[in-house]
Design a protein around this ligand. Structure first.
Ligand code: CP3
Length: 357
């Protein structure tokens, strides 16, 4: 280097986690593999923690528990990605929106937002003040995993977060958020903008704390028709990607939307590095539609894990063959379903890690 200083040796591909190399399109010997919701209720070890700590908020907001739960699947299955145990709703309390996750019911927002005044009272998120346990947990995970896998962070996308806080929880018809979108669009846009600024900051905070890639969940954006997706989701996703790329140009961003087959080309327009496909899309077609710059993740039906071992093996092979060599992260098409036999998950990882292109 100029000036006689010794340059820091550039980290070579071999010392970097397989998952990052695959996203960059480097020549890898097999697709990296991890599973959405890989930490959770299908694991006996998680259920034991739930008995001792029945509150989801406590399990997901205490550094030691977050680290322990995040590492449970890592210790047993050695996936190529270790995702932080948390929830997309975790930032809400720091934005002045109380929430809980109730057993058997799911997310509950006791005071759903519906007016301009409600939206004005939403505070912008300062991650280091509101969720310091997330940063601390990521830093510890990064040390524990030590580049043998990639540590993954995640956030909820603005539209999906808005759907929870306007509906008051999970929803079937999304009628409340659609009423807002289609009768008072300005109010919804103001809320989406607050989530956008906040989630961009949250991604940057996660990366600074140790996350090596971050997945954005826009699980319910596909409830929108394409024309509405273009108004209420796409511009905000683009804004998040643009602002994160300015500060963290090398941080891979993964985008997941459930049921996204009608929107793939639009998802690629966000500028993310990876699009995570659900199982209703043929992954070869998906890859073609997304174009060469985008890597694909997915997309085995989570229900396959209820099949025989032979069936699971066949579906892994089928998916990997269709995805083609490189730029593929093997995963499910959505989160693991409660009740999935742990031995089938073990089989999935064993087969996946034994693959060679
Ligand atoms: O993938 C992982 O292992 C990391 C953990 C993770 C959780 N939630 C833990 C969790 C992740 C990535 C999420 C993201 C999340 N949360 C999404 C996007 C992913 C998707 O499924 O599309 C969404 C929509 C939510 C909101 C949410 N939180 C739902 C719909 C539920 C399930 C409600 C239920 O009872 O089934 C939760 C609760 C939740 N988050 C659980 C877990 C393991 C289950 C509750 C528990 O373990 O006590």
């Amino acid at each position: 280097a100029l000036g006689g200083t010794v340059a820091e040796p550039k980290v070579t591909a071999a010392t970097e986690p397989l998952l990052l190399n695959a996203i960059r399109g480097e020549d890898v010997e097999r697709p990296p593999v991890w599973l959405m919701r890989q930490a959770g209720r299908y694991m006996k070890s998680y259920q034991i923690i739930c008995e001792k700590y029945p509150s989801f908020r406590e399990r997901s907001e205490n550094v030691d528990l977050v680290v322990e739960i995040s590492l449970q699947p890592w210790k047993v299955f050695k996936p190529d990605g270790v995702i932080l145990f948390s929830d997309i709703l975790t930032p809400l309390s720091g934005m002045n929106i109380p929430f809980d996750i109730v057993k058997g019911k799911g997310p509950v927002i006791p005071n759903p937002l519906c007016t301009a005044v409600d939206v004005e009272q939403v505070r912008e998120f300062v991650p280091e003040d509101s969720v310091p346990y997330v940063g601390e947990a990521l830093t510890i995970l990064r040390k524990e995993v030590d580049n043998k896998a990639a540590v993954l962070g995640f956030v909820g996308a603005p539209f999906t977060l808005a759907s929870y806080v306007v509906e008051g929880g999970s929803s079937k018809h999304f009628s409340k958020i659609k009423r807002l979108a289609f009768s008072q669009p300005k109010v919804l846009h103001a809320l989406l903008q607050k989530f956008t600024t906040s989630m961009a900051k949250y991604i940057q905070y996660q990366a600074d704390s140790g996350a090596q890639a971050v997945q954005i969940f826009d699980s319910w954006a596909t409830e929108l028709s394409p024309v509405d997706f273009e108004e209420f989701s796409l511009p905000y996703l683009k804004q998040i990607v643009d602002s994160v790329k300015q500060t963290h140009p090398d941080l891979p961003l993964i985008l997941y939307a459930s049921g996204s087959g009608g929107l793939l080309e639009r998802l690629a327009l966000t500028g993310v590095d990876v699009v995570s496909l659900d199982w209703t899309v043929d992954i070869a077609e998906g890859k073609r539609r997304l174009g060469q710059n985008v890597a694909v993740q997915g997309n085995v039906d989570p229900g396959v894990l209820f099949g025989s071992k032979e069936f699971i093996t066949n579906r892994i092979n089928d998916t990997v063959r269709k995805a083609g060599r490189g730029k593929h992260i093997l995963n499910l098409g959505h989160g693991i379903v409660v009740g999935t036999p742990e031995e089938n998950v073990a089989h999935f990882f064993e087969v996946a890690k034994g693959l060679r292109y």
